[in-house]
Design a protein around this ligand. Structure first.
Ligand SMILES: [Fe+2]
Length: 179
C-alpha cells in the first residue's frame, strides 16, 4: 500500500484571512463545521481543478495539548478509501497523524458532535502502520483507522476538507498527484 498521506505544497491558506478562530481550551477534541464562505477562493479553485468536485464538509478540528493514543477512528459514510485535504491552521505544528490496521472485531460505531458517523477503536485494538507530521497541507487517507497525537503543550487546530462527490478514491488521487 502507498503512504496514507501525500504532502501538498498548496502555497495558499485553505481558510479565508478574515476567518476568526474559535476560542476553546477544554481537554477534549472538538469539531466545528465551517461554511463554504470561510474558504479562500484560491484554494477552492485548486481543489476543484484536482478533485473535479466542490469542497464540502469543512471541518475544523481542535486537539488539546498532550493528547496521545486517543480518538482512533475510521470515517464512515459508505464511501470506501476516502480522503480529505488537511492543513494545520493554528497552534502547534508538531501534531502527528497516525494510521493503523484493525486487529479487533469489536468495533464501536459512533457519531461526532456534528453527526458525522465513524467507527472508533481503542489503542489495544489496532497496530500502527504509518505516521506523519503535516508540514503545509496534505491529502490524507481516512478510510482506514487513524488519529492525531498532540505531544505539545499548545493545542492543534487543523482544517479538513472533503469533496461533495468522491470522483476519485484516495489511491486514485494519490496516483494523480504523484504521476
Ligand atoms: Fe478522521
Amino acid at each position: 500500500m502507498d503512504k496514507p498521506y501525500l504532502e501538498l505544497n498548496l502555497g495558499v491558506n485553505i481558510l479565508n484571512n478574515s476567518y476568526v478562530m474559535p476560542e476553546f481550551d477544554q481537554d477534549r477534541v472538538k469539531i466545528y463545521r465551517l461554511e463554504y464562505s470561510n474558504l479562500n477562493p484560491e484554494f477552492v479553485s485548486i481543489f476543484q481543478k484536482y478533485t473535479r468536485s466542490n469542497p464540502t464538509n469543512i471541518q475544523l478540528f481542535y486537539t488539546p495539548p498532550n493528547t496521545m493514543n486517543k480518538n482512533i477512528h475510521l470515517d464512515g459514510s459508505g464511501v470506501s478509501d476516502m480522503w480529505a485535504i488537511n492543513q494545520v491552521v493554528s497552534g502547534t505544528k508538531n501534531g502527528i497523524m497516525r494510521w493503523f490496521n484493525s486487529i479487533s472485531d469489536n468495533v464501536k460505531y459512533n457519531q461526532t458532535g456534528i453527526t458525522t458517523k465513524y467507527y472508533s477503536y481503542d489503542i489495544s485494538e489496532v497496530s500502527e502502520i504509518d505516521r506523519h507530521t503535516i508540514k503545509d497541507s496534505a491529502i490524507v487517507r481516512i478510510g482506514i483507522p487513524h488519529n492525531i497525537d498532540n505531544p505539545d503543550n499548545e493545542p492543534r487546530w487543523c482544517i479538513s476538507i472533503r469533496p461533495e462527490r468522491y470522483h476519485f478514491t484516495y489511491q486514485e488521487l494519490y496516483n494523480k498527484f504523484t504521476a
